[in-house]
Unconditional design. Structure first.
Length: 470
């Protein structure tokens, strides 16, 4: 009897344990976490196979190992050579289906490039530089061309610009029809063509405004090669993009300012540091007709004491500025205040109160740069324009027109406020004293520019810099 009771008790205990175990297994428990999925989709199958030859179909299917989506693919899509009608791209499950609307050209290698547009569904991990390549001929073209694109005036790399190759070597090809091959520049202005056929090409660059893949807007920036290019060339292509002269953008900021303040005379001052030998100058948005008070302005020292030394405002009725005639002390800080409605312009507009804070500097507060231009033995150019700019690209001294008749010439830039500066040296080939843009119709490149490295100017120091003119 005891044996039966023990067996019964043991059975009940075992059943209770199993019940608890099953209950805990049935309860949903929040996952404890794990590493974030950073793996992009992987291709399991191409149909037809990538790098297929004798391609004669209209549909391409690419199967991935996970669900994915196309992220802004139209802005990244490049097809070389381009079809007249863009193919459709459809995501169906784990497949990307590409339907061609046009018949591919016989004996031609095609490249469909989607960049990083294919991303996994959950984390958005991109498939890097996705491309599908096929040929309608017996083989895949495999030649390459590479180069860089820079702004012709600033020499900064140009990102996301189109680079075109044309088999049609006529001058009208760039403006009349789409290129045979195309690619885009990266953030460093670099570009590369692959899968090219063995022939010669005209090369162009364009920053597109209308996605037409042709140059049809004068506001579009363009570049073109000096000569025909071949995939057998070992030297990289260097292109310099520009905007044609008749469409250069005009800075309208001041016009907008005057429109916004159309019923006011605008008064402005100069820098916050003034060299003791310079003249204080006030600038106006219009020509002054009359000063309405004897005390148009006051000059206050850093001690908030009104300066009682002699000063007055000198102007004439043909210029939109006035000189402040005064005796100011070196190393001192000042505040110049122009009273409200103290003057009226020729359109009967009055000024608002204007305040200008500045300090008077001495020679010891400045540095100097001596620029030495050395002409290379192969250089035959004589005319140059030299600009001194700071790191905000602001011109910090009047432009210098330079005639380099001998092998070497030196220029001094003095009274420079401590800071970083660089030089832009323009090869002024037409001698007009300024940078001249390019002209596609005349096949004239923009004037060449040299940009020096940034120089750190310090007070009381002179820095010498040498530039070789080639």
């Amino acid at each position: 009897m005891k044996l039966k009771i023990n067996i019964f008790t043991t059975t009940l205990t075992l059943l209770a344990a199993i019940s608890v175990l099953l209950s805990s297994c049935a309860n949903e428990v929040a996952p404890t976490g794990g590493p974030k999925d950073e793996t992009p989709p992987k291709v399991l199958k191409y149909s037809p196979e990538i790098y297929s030859t004798n391609f004669n179909g209209k549909t391409i299917e690419i199967t991935f190992d996970e669900f994915f989506q196309l992220n802004n693919y139209k802005s990244k899509l490049l097809i070389s050579p381009p079809f007249q009608n863009e193919p459709t791209f459809t995501v169906k499950g784990k497949k990307l289906i590409i339907n061609l609307k046009d018949d591919p050209i016989p004996n031609t290698t095609y490249k469909i490039f989607l960049g990083d547009a294919i991303v996994d569904y959950n984390e958005g991990n991109p498939y890097p530089n996705f491309s599908y390549i096929f040929s309608t001929g017996e083989s895949i073209d495999s030649l390459t061309l590479s180069g860089t694109l820079k702004d012709a005036y600033t020499l900064k790399p140009v990102e996301n610009a189109y680079i075109f190759l044309y088999k049609d070597l006529s001058d009208t090809a760039f403006t009349s029809h789409k290129p045979y091959y195309m690619t885009k520049t990266d953030k460093d202005g670099l570009f590369k063509f692959d899968c090219l056929s063995d022939t010669i090409y005209n090369v162009y660059a364009i920053v597109e405004n209308d996605n037409s893949l042709t140059y049809n807007l004068l506001t579009e920036k363009i570049a073109f090669g000096d000569s025909l290019v071949s995939p057998h060339d070992s030297i990289p292509i260097n292109l310099f993009i520009f905007q044609i002269e008749d469409s250069l953008t005009v800075d309208t900021s001041f016009v907008v300012s005057k429109k916004f303040n159309k019923n006011r005379l605008i008064v402005s001052g100069g820098a916050n540091k003034i060299y003791y030998q310079d003249t204080l100058t006030l600038n106006f948005s219009n020509i002054i007709k009359e000063m309405l008070t004897d005390s148009v302005m006051t000059i206050i020292t850093h001690d908030s004491i009104i300066d009682t030394t002699y000063y007055k405002l000198k102007y004439n009725d043909t210029a939109n500025n006035a000189h402040v005639i005064c005796n100011l002390i070196k190393k001192a800080n000042y505040t110049l205040e122009v009273k409200d409605s103290a003057m009226v312009d020729v359109n009967d507009h009055y000024n608002r109160r204007f305040t200008w804070k500045f300090s008077i500097t001495d020679d010891d507060d400045f540095g100097e740069i001596i620029l030495k231009l050395v002409r290379d033995s192969l250089c035959s150019d004589n005319n140059y324009v030299v600009q001194l700019l700071d790191n905000s690209n602001e011109l910090k001294a009047p432009e210098r027109q330079v005639l380099v008749e001998n092998d070497t010439i030196s220029l001094s830039f003095s009274l420079l406020t401590p800071g970083k500066y660089y030089m832009r040296i323009i090869n002024d080939s037409d001698g007009n004293g300024k940078w001249t843009s390019g002209n596609l119709a005349k096949r004239r490149q923009p004037e060449k520019v040299i940009i020096t490295n940034s120089t750190d100017v310090k007070a009381k120091f002179t820095i010498e810099e040498t530039v070789i003119l080639k």
